[in-house]
Structure formats: structure tokens, C-alpha cells
Design a protein around this ligand. Sequence first.
Ligand code: ZN
Ligand code: ZN
Ligand code: ZN
Length: 156
Amino acid sequence: MQKRNKLITCANCKQLKRYWARDLCSRCYVASLRAADRQYYKRGLLDSKQRSQRNRQTLIQLLGGKCACNEPDCWHKGLCGIDDIRLLQFDHILGGGSREDEEMGTPAMYLYYLKHLEEAKRKLQLLCANCNWLKRYRYREFSKVGRPKKMQNTRI
Ligand SMILES: [Zn+2]
Ligand SMILES: [Zn+2]
Ligand SMILES: [Zn+2]
């Protein structure tokens, strides 16, 4: 039975309004759709965050799973070898273009290097936060802090 445009008491705003759908007036119905969208969007974001974390962990494992620093002037003696995944960062072995540097640690970067593993092994090493900081200090490799830009294909 077509109830649309009959006067009803809207289940949300409790006002006498023309029926639209689901016991709601048109305004409340549209608002409820937007709220559902937001929920869906939030869930989607969470899922992609989890996926990105999994990709990060996989990439770390594939790159050896521990800090590769063996610099004689570093804070540790011999190989650093820190394997706490929370402390590990991706570092460009040969320094790197500043644009690509800004993308180190983005979900798009994890995906890209998982798909281009040989390139990842050639270009990236794992460093713990301490060693990475000291390396930057050593080589004055401070990156210009900026907002991460969209990943582009950086294969050369
Ligand atoms: Zn309403
Ligand atoms: Zn280290
Ligand atoms: Zn080190």
C-alpha cells in the first residue's frame, strides 16, 4: 500500500509530516541515510587501516624483520637488530627523493612495495627509530615535513 504523502507522525521528529519511508518524513529519512553512510564509511576506514597495518607487518617481515643498522658510530655495538615492529621504520638505502620520502609509511607505499618486492629489497631497509634518527643526523637527511601526497608509481 502506497503511504507516501499521507500525513503521519514521523517516528524521528514526532511531527505531523508527510510520510516518506520507514515511518519517517522525507527530511528524517534522508538524515537517517546519511547517518548510515557515515557508519559504513567509518567501518570501511577501520577495515582499510587494519589492512594497511597487516601490509606493513608483511613488508617488514619480507625485509628481514629487524633493524639493519651496523654503523660503528651508532648507539649500539655491532648489528642493532631491534625487531620490535612498533619501532621499525622503512628507510631509503640511498637517501631518496623528498617526495617519495614523504610517502614512507603510507598505506599506498606498503601496497606498492608488496607488489614490487624486488624493488623494495633494492631500495628499502628497516631501521629502528633510533638508528633512523641517527642516520638522518649523520647525513643531514632531514625531510621537509609536509602532508603526505598521493602515491604515484615511482618505478624508475
Ligand atoms: Zn521527521
Ligand atoms: Zn637500530
Ligand atoms: Zn644503529
